[in-house]
Design a protein around this ligand. Structure first.
Ligand SMILES: O=C(O)CCC(=O)C(=O)O
Ligand SMILES: [Mn+2]
Length: 260
């Protein structure tokens, strides 16, 4: 984790050194120095509070990692209950006229439908009492009120979710997503979207790899979805089942109008 952050900072620091390289006059040097101080202050957004880890780029990109949000004894029975009680379903995507099954099972809770990758999950207001309890515990911690939940079941190492951002219009601007994991540990990877000059090339972008284990809560907020993509890749070695609950705030979209 610290390594990811250090590499993130060192890549950004190199960018700052380029700024110094272009400086010509003393005045420019002074402003460049101020700019670098400001940058260092804003980038120094990694802090550890007990077991919890926070990354932040000055109100731009913010993620919080809370390992042990659910202690392992409770997480054990919750995992078994969710595995059994959630109505898991297999959804099919169509890309370039070819249909393929999502490499995981999913389920949706909320008063409103949710559309992503051209799949619409129908409203399902029948929250399981355990999901309501978890939602309330997360709301107490974060101060946000979530109205929907996308559940993912990764059956084994072959299940995955590909690179994406949770940036559908129905999630509003700067969506807050609280992601709670149970079962096998899987790696949550993040990559920064390239700048326009990089022309869609992800080769040199900043990256983070975060292991999400049993009972860990990850909160994404700010411009995380606008500036970064994430995925849970397939694994080469065998993995047991994993459940991931992503609590979201969905807004209605009357006549296709944006909710903000
Ligand atoms: O399983 C995870 O940790 C991530 C799931 C995810 O990105 C999503 O449902 O949008
Ligand atoms: Mn996602």
């Amino acid at each position: 984790m610290v390594y990811c952050w250090l590499s993130y900072v060192s890549i950004s620091f190199e960018k700052q050194l380029h700024t110094f390289g272009e400086v010509k006059t003393q005045q420019e040097l002074f402003f460049s120095f101020l700019h670098t101080c400001f940058w260092l202050w804003s980038e120094a957004g990694y802090w550890k509070n007990g077991r919890n880890i926070h990354f932040s780029t000055f109100f731009i990109f913010r993620i919080h990692l809370i390992p042990g949000f659910v202690d392992s004894e409770q997480a054990d029975w919750m995992f078994e209950q969710l595995l059994q009680d959630i109505p898991w379903g297999q959804r099919t995507h169509i890309r370039q006229e070819v249909s393929f099954e999502e490499p995981r099972l999913t389920s949706w809770y909320g008063e409103l439908p949710y559309t992503y990758s051209r799949i619409t999950m129908q409203p399902n207001p029948n929250w399981h009492p355990l999901l309501t309890m978890l939602k309330e515990r997360i709301e107490e911690l974060t101060g946000y009120t979530f109205n929907s939940l996308l559940c993912n079941l990764y059956r084994n190492e072959k299940d995955s979710v590909d690179w994406h951002s949770d940036d559908e219009p129905s999630l509003g601007k700067n969506p807050v997503i609280a992601s709670l994991s149970f079962g096998a540990t899987r790696t949550f990877e993040m990559r920064k979207k390239p700048s326009p000059e990089e022309d869609g090339d992800y080769t040199y972008v900043e990256r983070l790899r975060i292991p999400l284990d049993h009972g860990t809560l990850l909160i994404m907020e700010g411009a995380t979805q606008e500036d970064w993509q994430h995925r849970v890749p397939k694994e080469y070695h065998s993995r047991d089942e994993r459940i991931n609950l992503t609590f979201r705030i969905i807004y209605p979209e009357p006549d296709g109008a944006l909710p903000w």
